[in-house]
Design a protein around this ligand. Structure first.
Ligand code: GTP
Length: 596
């Protein structure tokens, strides 16, 4: 049976291309908000950090109505590092709206998410957004998107996709550029007409694949998924099949059943084929589990989660600052919190290490981990983190493989030389170079993920803050050999009474050194890049101010929120030894005296 009264879609886009604004507008025009009510805040990004970062982190669901058809919109995280999430949510839908900025054009994330959608054979509606921008170049962008379809081996049907032009900001969409815009109707209609209604057998035995987990302190864990077959009733007894081990099964009862309406969950008695439902009252429900009939429990195959590419150690903070800022400082706190995170984030791995003080946390790139770090710090966890390291693999012949990323860089022409030189040193290969608008060049590199670790800060300095760098995981490729370049940075020593702690920070943090713990300010000094304490400047700010600073990239954010507190040995690993000849605790004490 087809559910003609439902459409299940996902909106996919590169970061900042306007996904959230577009969904807000669909919500408004769907009549969910009365006309005298304004959406005061951006409704989709409710999480604090999401708002600050402007990146949608958790996939959330919304439903809008158009002519009695319910359109379930599954929000997708806007950054490739959350790759696992994107694949999972796409399994719930019958089509996607690909939002592309009419000026920026196709970006790495556009390519990444489109690739996933095409692989799953989903129909795509291309929405060229921000046509109100004076620099908008919608026709060129359409050509770029079509080139991308071809590059990604889209089928003929997929290539024949509809295009809609929109200004989410102004709440309008049009089908042809010479039409005069009125509202979002053209987009609503295209969704209804082009995206197939969900199908399934209403008389078959119940099957619901749990695709995301939500958490609410009153009702606990909430599983979200689509009714793939049969139906689901309140209080129904069903079999819960474990994602990783279908042999693990358990009889459970549907405690509460909800569907989505606007931004709310509405309690329902029964949900039919194609409905996106939320279920509470099952404490150990997990992502990838299938809920099925007791008589004939058959699991739905679960989309494989993208494997992590990068790891960091989360270490109990044994510095003199410990406990001054957060309330959770012990190894047990850290352990519990990290393992709890696994409930809702399936692309994350947490492993114990030989030391009870340290946990290895692996995820999909630096941003993924930095979001977790930031969340935990806000919740009052205090810990140190190690430098990110990439996760290697071997192929069937035992050859070493490493994660490769695609980096797309927009820089004013005068900086292209420097960027190419720096990235070449880091084993980046220039794949293409073109002229973008306004004296900018666009460079595309294929580069080992490890070559990008710590690069963003340097990039911002090298381009005087005018460059934009976007990266996305591409594939595992043959190991590219040692990377040798001079690590840039300043060795920092800071003193807290009895001891001196050292750390390496990127050299030019716009003159700001961020060793602040809570409201307290500690003495510190920057040792010049050659390891000599030549360049002494104390400019310390409070953590509070820092976390409110909108950062320019993932890497920056990571640095802002993770003042690394290192021992001298650890610090030495970060910097060429010959640069450090003169840096000894003795030396620093002497410098300190001179300062006094
Ligand atoms: P993430 O959640 O970070 O992935 O971003 P997003 O894709 O949801 O983008 P968002 O809706 O946050 O929009 C990003 C920026 O673009 C905001 O500053 C919006 O105001 C702006 N924007 C969105 N749509 C339009 C548009 O149609 N025209 C113009 N000029 N700006 C827009």
């Amino acid at each position: 049976t087809k559910r003609e009264d439902i459409r299940n879609i996902a909106i996919i886009a590169h970061v900042d291309h306007g996904k959230t604004t577009l969904v807000d507008e669909l919500l408004k025009q769907s009549g969910v908000f009365r006309s005298n009510q304004t959406v005061q805040e951006r409704v989709m990004d409710s999480n604090d950090i999401e708002r600050e970062r402007g990146i949608t982190i958790l996939a959330k669901n919304t439903a809008v109505f158009y002519n009695d058809v319910k359109i379930n919109i599954i929000d997708t995280p806007g950054h490739a590092d959350f790759g696992g999430e994107v694949e999972r949510v796409l399994k719930m839908v019958n089509g996607v709206v690909l939002v592309v900025d009419a000026y920026e054009g196709a970006m790495p994330q556009t390519k990444f998410v489109l690739k996933k959608a095409l692989e799953l054979e989903l129909p795509v509606i291309v929405c060229i957004n921000k046509i109100d921008r004076p620099e908008a170049r919608p026709s060129e962008v359409i050509d770029e998107v079509l080139d991308l379809f071809i590059e990604l081996d889209a089928s003929d049907e997929q290539l024949d996709c509809p295009f809609v032009y929109a200004s989410a900001k102004e709440g309008v969409a049009i089908l042809e550029l010479d039409h005069s815009p009125e509202n979002m109707k053209p987009l609503f209609e295209t969704i209804i007409n082009y995206i197939p209604a969900p199908e399934g057998d209403p008389d078959a035995e119940t099957q619901v694949l749990i695709s995301t987990i939500d958490y609410n302190e009153y009702v606990g864990r909430i599983g979200v998924g689509k009714v793939d077959n049969g139906s689901l009733r309140l209080n129904q007894e069903v079999m819960l099949l474990n994602a990783h081990d279908p042999e693990k099964r358990k009889k459970v009862k549907i405690g509460k059943l909800y569907e989505f309406e606007g931004l709310k969950k509405i309690e329902v008695e029964k949900a039919d084929i194609g409905a996106i439902v939320a279920i509470s009252g099952i404490p150990d429900i997990h992502i990838g589990d299938t809920l099925c009939s007791l008589e004939n429990p058959v699991p739905i195959p679960f989309q494989k989660i993208s494997e992590p590419t990068i790891a960091m150690h989360f270490i109990v903070n044994d510095s003199p600052f410990a406990g001054q800022e957060g309330k959770f400082v012990t190894s047990r706190h850290l352990r519990e919190r990290l393992f709890r995170e696994l409930n809702t984030d399936v692309s994350l791995r947490v492993e114990e290490t030989e030391s009870t003080e340290s946990y290895k946390v692996s995820g999909r790139g630096e941003l993924h981990l930095s979001v977790l770090i930031e969340n935990m710090r806000r919740e009052g966890y205090e810990f140190a983190v190690s430098k990110a390291e990439v996760l290697y693999r071997t192929d069937e012949n035992g050859k070493l493989l490493e994660p490769m990323e695609t980096a797309i860089i927009d820089v004013p022409e005068e900086y292209t030389g420097t960027v190419i030189e720096k990235l070449s040193q880091r084993k980046g290969e220039l794949q293409g170079m073109s002229t973008a608008n306004g004296g900018y060049s666009r460079l595309e590199f294929s580069i080992p993920a490890r070559g990008l670790i710590g690069y963003r800060g340097e990039f911002m300095t090298d381009t005087r803050g005018n460059g934009i760098i976007n990266t996305v995981f591409d594939c595992y490729g043959p190991y590219k050999g040692d990377i040798q370049y001079r690590k840039q940075g300043s060795l920092i020593a800071f003193e807290t009474g009895e001891s001196i702690t050292y750390g390496l920070f990127n050299a030019q943090e716009r003159g700001t050194l961020f060793i602040g713990a809570g409201e307290k300010v500690y003495a510190g000094m920057i040792i010049g890049q050659n390891g000599k304490a030549e360049d002494i400047e104390v400019n310390i700010c409070k953590r509070k101010q820092l976390t409110n600073t909108r950062s320019s990239g993932a890497d920056d954010a990571l640095k802002l929120t993770t003042p690394r507190i290192l021992s001298l040995e650890q610090a030495l690993e970060f910097i060429d030894t010959d640069e450090l000849l003169e840096v000894t605790p003795e030396n620093l004490r002497i410098r300190k005296k001179i300062l006094d």
